[in-house]
Design a protein around this ligand. Sequence first.
Ligand code: HEC
Length: 136
Amino acid sequence: MKKWMIAAVLSGLWCISDAQTKKPAAGSSAARGKKVYEQYCLTCHQVDGSGVPRMNPPLIKTSYVLGEKSTLIQVVLKGLEASVPIDDEYYSNNMPPHDFLKDQEIADVLTYIRSNFGNKASAVTAAEVKAERAKK
Ligand code: HEC
């Protein structure tokens, strides 16, 4: 094995252990949620949750992210029309529905965003997502 390959593997391992030790509070749900976020939300809301001005809203201390969990879960399940203002700002994109995600995946990604990007709010559970999904 070449030297640079060993270095790459070692730094990869270091990253993994670093990610695991950083967030003890919300624990593994937030860690799993980060992966869901990277796959399904990052392209629009950006890696640091800052969004794209006038297109995609930030997820940093917004009334949706920190507010009622039921509203927040519904946004992910059903999406949101561009005509709905977010903290008095309008965004030209629509938020697409993400009801194809599993209850646990939605709980994890919401736990992740509520405990990152400067947000400090309680975790969301799969049971809460299940209850929202059952509503029409
Ligand atoms: C195609 C781009 C896109 C993707 C993908 C996307 N969103 Fe959004 N999201 C938006 C837009 C645009 C809005 C605002 C819609 C409006 O103007 O009413 C929004 C609104 C929101 C809001 C409420 C407003 C706020 O900023 O607090 C939350 C929370 C949210 N998205 C979370 C997520 C999560 C979690 C995911 C991944 C599961 C995700 N979004 C995926 C574009 C996207």
